[in-house]
Design a protein around this ligand. Structure first.
Ligand SMILES: Nc1ncnc2c1ncn2[C@@H]1O[C@H](COP(=O)(O)OP(=O)(O)OP(=O)(O)O)[C@@H](O)[C@H]1O
Ligand SMILES: [Mg+2]
Length: 255
């Protein structure tokens, strides 16, 4: 469904030099597949997601969705990025309803749908709260509900849980898996956490140091539904984490 074909990105710097931000990447992501991207800081993970989202044009190559080349952003692709980017002047309900109203959904219908999504991310009771009254994990859940509201078939998630404490983070991973197991959206998920990638994904793609190219693709054939408690003591899970960590070429992990 997502066909990424020989994508690369060169940025022109202000001094007139050019900088290769992303090496050549080719990757096919199937309908309903959960794929995580891992790689060193600066290797081009965010750039790759922006290109698939249509926010940034590639320098070479093409991204096609069901055979149609991407030429810009669209409601079929829902971004969830690390900066929550909620409207501070809107309540939780207002934030989640926003995209629906923009698309001309009648108010009563938009509100009903938004309330259902707020329930899905376990925020019932907080409909009237403003973003500044919420914790980081709650804001991230609002951001996910807001993106789900307009019904994208593809979720583009760039370190969505990076700013959360460990406990909230595992809670959010469980919620995301619950939603994914229910709706089977296609997910491209960028993370720095090997455990998170193995826990969530069907496949993990490891990129090289900048400019990022695909170093290895690892299939995660752990059974679903996955339960964190069971996986942590599962040998296959542990072996995958160790195998992928060894691929991540960082000095701290070479020891
Ligand atoms: N708008 C831009 N203009 C110029 N260079 C850019 C721009 N955006 C990104 N870059 C460069 O492209 C490279 C890749 O950046 P990118 O943000 O995609 O990395 P990343 O893998 O997401 O890193 P991190 O893990 O730290 O988030 C970096 O060298 C960065 O400096
Ligand atoms: Mg990034």
């Amino acid at each position: 469904m997502i066909a990424i074909e020989r994508i690369s990105k060169t940025f022109e710097t202000r001094r007139g030099a050019s900088h290769l931000a992303l090496g050549e990447i080719s990757l096919d992501v199937a309908d309903g597949e959960f794929v995580s991207i891992l790689g060193p800081s600066g290797c081009g993970k965010s750039t790759l997601l922006y290109i698939v989202g249509g926010f940034v044009p590639p320098s070479t190559g093409v991204v096609a969705l069901d055979g149609k080349p991407v030429t810009g952003p669209g409601p079929d692709r829902g971004p969830v990025f690390q900066e929550f980017a909620l409207f501070p002047w809107k309540t939780v309900l207002g934030n989640v309803m926003y995209g629906l109203l923009e698309r001309g959904t009648p108010k009563v219908e938009a509100e009903a749908k938004a309330r259902a999504l707020i329930g899905l991310v376990h925020l019932e009771g907080y409909e009237g709260f403003y973003p500044k009254e919420l914790s980081g994990g709650m804001k991230q859940r609002v951001a996910i509900a807001r993106t789900l509201a307009y019904g994208p078939s593809i979720l583009l998630m760039d370190e969505p849980f990076g700013a959360l404490d460990a406990h909230t983070r595992t809670g959010m991973q469980n919620e995301l898996l619950e939603i994914w197991e229910r709706d089977r959206k296609t997910v491209l998920f960028v993370t720095h956490s090997v455990e998170e990638a193995v826990f969530l994904s069907d496949r993990v793609v490891v990129l090289t140091r900048s400019p990022g190219r695909i170093k290895e693709t690892i299939r995660i054939d752990l059974p679903r539904p996955r339960r964190r408690k069971e996986l942590l003591v599962d040998n296959r899970y542990q072996r995958l984490v160790v195998e992928i960590e060894a691929l991540m070429d960082t000095p701290a992990q070479r020891r």
